[in-house]
Design a protein around this ligand. Structure first.
Ligand SMILES: [Zn+2]
Length: 301
């Protein structure tokens, strides 16, 4: 993949909550379900969600407090900006949202509602409760925002073996897939179904988010920058797509269960198997159309 040096990034789509990139690690505990229906990328993330009332360090809870200025560091004037993980991820967010701005009206008849991604380290207070830095990326339906501790990518590489750069846009596009589901009301309907099991509503929701990520990837090179004049990506190659597929493989429920040594228990599936996650991402990518992401109506999940 190549990013366009001339692209003007829209920094208003990302809030850098500062405090650098946290490295706190806890014991893996299952993500509580039913707390505002928070949806994540993987379930074995290290998570500590408590009620919203916990006092947080002010620096973790404000626009850009303590963080570097994205406007400056990600400006076109900085020739090294794409060496900065924050700027690269900003570009991915811009691209994903530009895609949905075009595509969402076609599937819903309504305007797309843009939403922000929040970079956090340490802990973060969200509409779904407080998350600590060990939590994987997630979307909070209550405040309609995406949250990511960028150190997750290091973990994805070291712990899950997914070390390709295209893992990052796949992860973000998956989370924005949950935003689309929230706007469409899919999220809420799924919240009434089973939350675990191979054909559960949770698995259907997660595989659909993977498929939406694939649909974006197909059209990513068409997405435009803030000015509307420049492309954000100058190229995406088959090897990038392979990295996304490999990431989908690495975070399948069966693969994660197997790696943790407990054997495979389909009753506990929440996100789908490696085979399913790869296949649904591919489906979205190959067809390039979110309409082919009907994981709720299909006979072959
Ligand atoms: Zn998810």
């Amino acid at each position: 993949m190549e990013l366009n040096d001339r692209a003007e990034l829209d920094t208003s789509q990302v809030n850098d909550l500062g405090r650098g990139v946290g490295s706190g690690r806890g014991m893996p505990i299952p993500l509580p379900t039913g707390r505002g229906g928070l949806v994540s990328l993987v379930i074995t993330v290290l998570v500590a969600l408590v009620g919203g009332g916990i006092g947080l360090n002010a620096a973790t809870n404000g626009d850009g407090a303590g963080g570097e200025d994205l406007e400056q560091s990600c400006s076109r004037d900085n020739p090294d900006r794409f060496g900065n993980v924050k700027c690269r991820n900003l570009l991915y967010v811009n691209s994903i949202q530009d895609y949905w701005k075009q595509e969402y009206p076609a599937i819903s008849g309504r305007q797309y509602e843009p939403t922000d991604t929040n970079y956090f380290g340490q802990a973060v207070s969200t509409g779904c409760g407080t998350a600590d830095s060990g939590v994987g990326p997630f979307y909070c339906p209550a405040d309609k925002q995406v949250y990511i501790d960028l150190s997750f990518y290091d973990e994805l590489a070291s712990r899950f073996g997914a070390d390709g750069e295209f893992a990052a846009p796949y992860v973000l596009a998956h989370e924005y897939g949950h935003h689309i589901q929230n706007l469409l009301g899919t999220n809420e309907r799924a919240g009434q179904g089973d939350q675990t099991g191979p054909e559960s509503a949770s698995v259907r929701l997660e595989l659909q988010a993977d498929c939406y990520a694939g649909a974006w990837a197909r059209h990513a090179t068409e997405s435009k920058d803030k000015s509307g004049q420049e492309a954000l990506f100058t190229s995406i190659t088959e090897s990038d797509i392979k990295e996304a597929v490999e990431t989908a493989e690495a975070i399948g429920d069966d693969t994660i269960q197997q790696r943790s040594g407990g054997g495979i228990n389909p009753d506990q599936f929440t996100h789908g198997t490696s085979e399913q996650r790869q296949r649904w991402f591919r489906q979205g990518y190959d067809r390039g159309d979110p309409q082919v992401c009907d994981t709720f109506g299909t006979s072959r999940l």
